[in-house]
Write a protein that binds this ligand. Sequence first.
Ligand SMILES: Nc1ncnc2c1ncn2[C@@H]1O[C@H](COP(=O)(O)OP(=O)(O)OP(=O)(O)O)[C@@H](O)[C@H]1O
Length: 231
Amino acid sequence: MLNITNLNFAYGSVQALTDIELTIPKAEITCIMGRNGVGKTTLLQNLMGVLRPASGSIEMDGKNMARWPAHKRVYAGLGLVPQGRHIFPKLTVEENLRIGLQGRTDGQRRIPENIYDLFPVLKQMSHRRGGDLSGGQQQQLAIGRALAGDPKVLLLDEPTEGIQPNIIHHIGKVLQQLVSDMQMTVILVEQYLDFVRDIGQRVYILDAGQVVAQTQAGEISQEMISRHLSV
Ligand SMILES: Nc1ncnc2c1ncn2[C@@H]1O[C@H](COP(=O)(O)OP(=O)(O)OP(=O)(O)O)[C@@H](O)[C@H]1O
């Protein structure tokens, strides 16, 4: 689905990503792991076009998107659930979801009902202000907003951060459902190992801006954990 080759990015003189190579298969949950500050968010932002890589290619369906602006990548089918959720606090839940509709190419202006089926709390709270929702409800709203853009590839940046276990479980089930029922491709940046083991397939581990290990979620070794993941 997505092939990333030789991707490099620097913040000024700080090299944040070096020769990143990733293969992201369609209709799987590919996980990007690594300690704080290793470049996970920088990688997602390069994939989305929020940041532009210095070199390298990001191919989707045979097209290299590396020089494309973010909006063109959204129209091509990428959707981001950013770290920290970035809900518009003064807009209602419904208005936040409507913003996601801007990413669609089919002109649909109604919020798809399946978003409310996946996250019933968003229906119950559709007229509440985003800023009044709990962290877990905001995370569901951030995912719902990304889904409103009808993405083929959903990128999520640490969706379990600060979220209570039953909502994490629900989010995991939703992601698995999107993959199995809608053939969605998911790129999940995550530090929560049990969540990755529960729902992930392929796993890439970053350290100091480089891919240092690649494995399957069920096969993450103790050695990988102590070398690259534990603090
Ligand atoms: N705007 C910026 N300007 C300069 N350096 C930055 C900037 N943003 C991030 N960095 C640096 O780039 C490196 C990678 O940061 P990044 O946020 O991508 O890491 P991360 O793996 O997502 O971390 P976390 O798990 O804490 O979210 C870090 O060394 C960070 O200090």
